[in-house]
Ligand binder design. Sequence first.
Ligand code: ADP
Ligand code: MG
Length: 260
Amino acid sequence: MVQIDGVHKFFGELHVLRGVDLEVPAGSVCVVVGPSGSGKSTLLRCVNQLEEIDAGRIRVDGELAGYRTHTRGTTQTRGGAPELYRLHPKQIARQRSRIGMVFQRFHLFPHMTALENVTEAPVQVKGVTKAAARSRATELLDRVGLADRAGHYPAQLSGGQQQRVAIARALAMDPELMLFDEPTSALDPELVGEVLAVMQDLAASGMTMMVVTHEIGFAREVGDQLVFMDEGTIVEQGRPAEVLDHPTQTRTQEFLSKVL
Ligand code: ADP
Ligand code: MG
């Protein structure tokens, strides 16, 4: 579903992704762990085309999401300008609509109820009728355990409930791929479990997921693949139990000894 080949990303002089290769098969869960600043969020943002890559290629479901044979200390092009391929903004918008993203902060619309938050994008972006969107949103709120909170505003919900609304909102667009960027990091510890349970349920339903998290228990139980990133590269990857129990790289061992 996701194919990342030789991806580099710079912010000015800062070389944030340094040749990342990664494959996430359809229906699988890829958990990404690593220290702060290692490039995890940037990687997800590149997959969702919130950032333009500087070299390499990203495909989502066979479709190009970004492609460049740019240089800057990577492969030199033979004379002339670096090859640059940019998708049309309409293509980008269409591809992005197939990818759901959930952030650390929930970013719900504060002036809308839970139900309105979930119906907004399908109606505005996909042109779904209000009635159809409402019925689907009701289903989705039920699925994340919030059927009785449909009429509540974000301020009337706990952090865990708000994050579950955010997940329902992403699902309302019928994504083929869900990206989670530390979805439980901003939550009080007692609220983490309810969000992880919804994510586990989603994984069991066959959703393809990339999840940045420090929740090692979730990684072990739900992940099909665990990727350890440090300083813009994938240092180690494999079955979660393998990487967690027998890390081969010193950097992975050091990191795990801090979070476990
Ligand atoms: P992580 O999610 O693993 O903590 P990030 O992908 O957020 O790491 O950041 C990787 C590096 O890129 C950090 O050094 C961060 O400061 C830098 N960075 C991230 N976004 C930007 C940006 N928009 N502009 C400049 N630097 C950025
Ligand atoms: Mg991050």
